[in-house]
Ligand binder design. Structure first.
Ligand SMILES: [Zn+2]
Ligand SMILES: [Zn+2]
Length: 145
């Protein structure tokens, strides 16, 4: 499963003329394996033992390239804590307000809202974003002492 996804991603890199460095490969592999929507810092921490020369800036740079060629989506939250998602299929997110965990939520894309928004606003709508907030299972089970 991961091998397939990795193979497809590598093909995309090659087609885009992007050099596949060991660090870039590792960042991509981490993203394809992780369902956690990691931050650049999470990825950096996960890779620093294997790549002692890696820096957060390198990770960011790699993420930017991967985003530009459409392998990764960036979820911005108005601060430096962007999260990265390698699931490029249209999906929504559920976010835990207590621990910050982000899970995928599959629901048919609400295309009709875009059509309606274009009609009433005259905007040329490019996309929309919906997030659901609450308390995850683990956090709900943790009793406050
Ligand atoms: Zn939680
Ligand atoms: Zn996601």
């Amino acid at each position: 499963m991961l091998d397939d996804k990795m193979q497809i991603a590598i093909e995309t890199l090659k087609r885009s003329g992007v050099r596949i460095t060991p660090q870039r490969h590792a960042v991509l592999e981490y993203l394809l394996t992780s369902m956690e929507h990691p931050t650049a810092d999470d990825i950096y921490k996960a890779l620093e033992t294997k790549f002692p020369n890696i820096s957060v800036a390198t990770v960011y740079n790699n993420l930017r390239i991967l985003r530009e060629i459409g392998l990764v989506k960036e979820l911005t939250y108005g601060d430096e804590s962007s999260r990265f998602d390698s699931n490029m299929h249209e999906h929504y997110h559920i976010i835990c307000e207590t621990c910050g965990k982000i899970e995928d939520f599959h629901y048919p894309p609400l295309d009709e809202i875009e059509v309606l928004a274009e009609k009433v606003s005259g905007f040329d709508i490019s996309h929309h974003r919906m997030e659901l907030y609450g308390k995850c299972k683990e956090c709900s089970e943790t009793k406050v002492q």
